[in-house]
Design a protein around this ligand. Sequence first.
Ligand code: ZN
Length: 131
Amino acid sequence: MTAYRTGIGHDVHRLFPGHELVLGGVSVSTDVGFDTHTDGDVLCHALIDALAGAIADGDLGTHYPEDDPESQDARSLEFVEEFAGYVRRAGYEIGNVDAFVVLGTCACGHTSTQCGATSPRPSRWMPAMYP
Ligand SMILES: [Zn+2]
């Protein structure tokens, strides 16, 4: 009998005008994107987070901390490929992944920049990820 392990990952980034939007390693043509130290690919980040959880080895931030200068402007799809190798070297095989992405613009009547100043920030409920 094969033992299965599962992990659930998530990631959240705010959208800003004039930034690149990358999902699953693909640059999406749009006028908003993520302002992060990497390409902000939430799909790739969530996949790594889920894989790390499945093997009970931390989370995305454990393996790719935001303050790592080597991650600056990194392509997150490369992190997924690297981390898949890490999972295999740890003795596991990735059998299936399932993910969805939710994107949205500010619906509070302000621009996204104004919205950040007037609405609850993720730091209030996820202080470890958004200091
Ligand atoms: Zn992220």
